[in-house]
Design a protein around this ligand. Structure first.
Ligand SMILES: NC(=O)c1ccc[n+]([C@@H]2O[C@H](COP(=O)([O-])OP(=O)(O)OC[C@H]3O[C@@H](n4cnc5c(N)ncnc54)[C@H](O)[C@@H]3O)[C@@H](O)[C@H]2O)c1
Ligand SMILES: [Zn+2]
Length: 359
């Protein structure tokens, strides 16, 4: 398979099981690599050692990362490490890790000496299909997630599919939720292929192919609207609900689980407002279930509704949603009346089935 994905973003995205030749060629073309920034998780060491050998990078700068350390203080540590390593403004930095790494290292490199070139080796499913692609970088503030950052493109992204072998199941599910979302946006073969794969163990999935299908949805959507002024919102399918669920749970519910429930909620709201067919809604539920994602969440509907009021994507005080009309035909910017939204939220603590049919 040709590992470089054609895309309109202006930087190569390479997806494959063993990207060492591609990494070597990249370093030869763009190098030398001035520094390597890596997620310090010890489980990543073997993969990172191979990447480092391929790009002939100096000894990696290890940064302890976690969702809680996705903060400005960690950015400062990263900047200090780059300076101590003697990285110059004309330097090239290669980072490796999951979505926290691509967000935080990408941001640090975007502001270090007003910006050095940055390439990312994605090691988690979320980083491969979502976080490392599209140029959004940043960190959390005390007041909320991803509230400080920049739009800044990497010079290349490598989706190191073989790294997935050591990725914990929980992190795998986070990525699966975004893949199902992308498949609803794209419809057609992508959705059908996932339906065929879903009953099989994840270890047997043709991951390079699945990742490529999801990455295509992301690159095409982002290329149409790089600064998120409009159509990029499509990628927020399920996310107005998901963000509110995460907040209402005090972030005890993971983003992936919240997105899965959010996709059910978006489907329900679309059903209720007469835009989505029951048959396709049930296909979405079946796919989410088969890949092991949840459909219900034990939260007070009122708490979720209140949390929706503080969504950063809200415009002029009105709630807007991304809703499917059919698989492959998703619309954004749809205002819905609060009664319908509340009716949908009331169902999310119960399993689907007859309860969803009686809308
Ligand atoms: N910028 C964007 O457009 C965008 C889009 C989606 C998500 N994100 C961000 O991405 C982050 C979530 O990404 P994530 O799920 O990759 O989280 P993560 O980076 O925290 O990785 C999850 C866990 O897996 C470990 N890990 C990573 N790769 C591994 C591997 N190959 N083997 C073993 N362990 C590995 C990490 O050390 C971590 O413990 C969130 O902060 C989210 O805001 C950003
Ligand atoms: Zn998401």
């Amino acid at each position: 398979m040709e590992p470089s994905l054609n895309n309109d973003l202006g930087y190569p995205i390479l997806i494959g099981d063993d990207l060492e030749d591609e990494l070597r060629a990249f370093a030869r073309r763009r190098g030398p690599v001035s520094a390597m920034l890596v997620d310090a998780n010890p489980n990543l060491r073997p993969r990172i050692a191979r990447v480092r050998a391929a790009i002939a990078a100096p000894s990696p700068l290890r940064v302890a990362l976690s969702e809680r350390r996705k903060r400005l203080a960690t950015v400062e540590q990263t900047l200090d490490a780059l300076l101590a390593a003697g990285v110059e403004r004309s330097g090239l930095v290669v980072g490796a890790g999951g979505g926290v790494a691509s967000d935080l290292f990408g941001f640090a490199c975007g502001i270090y000496m007003r910006g050095v070139e940055y390439a990312h080796v994605a090691t988690s499913l979320v980083a491969m299909v979502d976080a490392a692609i599209g140029g959004k970088t940043g960190v959390d503030l005390r007041g909320g997630k991803n509230l400080a950052g920049t739009f800044r493109d990497p010079v290349a992204v490598f989706c190191d599919v073989s790294a997935l072998r050591t990725l914990p199941a929980r992190a795998m599910r986070e990525g699966l939720a975004e893949i199902v979302k992308a498949a609803i946006i794209e419809g057609g073969d992508f959705f059908e292929e996932l339906e065929e794969l879903a009953p099989h163990p994840l270890a047997r999935w043709p991951w390079a192919h699945v990742i490529e299908m999801a990455v295509k949805v992301k690159t095409m959507t982002v290329a149409d609207d790089r600064l998120e002024a409009g159509s990029r919102e499509l990628l927020n399918l399920g996310h107005t609900f998901a963000h509110a669920i995460e907040r209402a749970s005090g972030f005890r519910v993971s983003h992936g689980a919240a997105v899965a429930v959010g996709l059910r909620a978006a489907g329900l709201l679309a059903l209720r407002t007469g835009r989505f067919s029951e048959r396709e809604y049930l296909r979405v539920l079946a796919l989410l279930t088969l890949v092991g994602l949840p459909l219900q969440i034990p939260l007070e509907p009122r708490a979720i509704f209140t949390a929706m009021g503080s969504d950063k994507k809200k415009r002029n005080g009105r709630l807007r949603f991304v809703l499917p009309r059919s698989l492959g035909d998703v619309e954004y910017g749809i205002e819905c009346d609060p009664r319908s939204v509340r009716a949908v939220l009331a169902k999310l603590s119960q399993p689907p089935g007859t309860v969803d049919a009686r809308r």
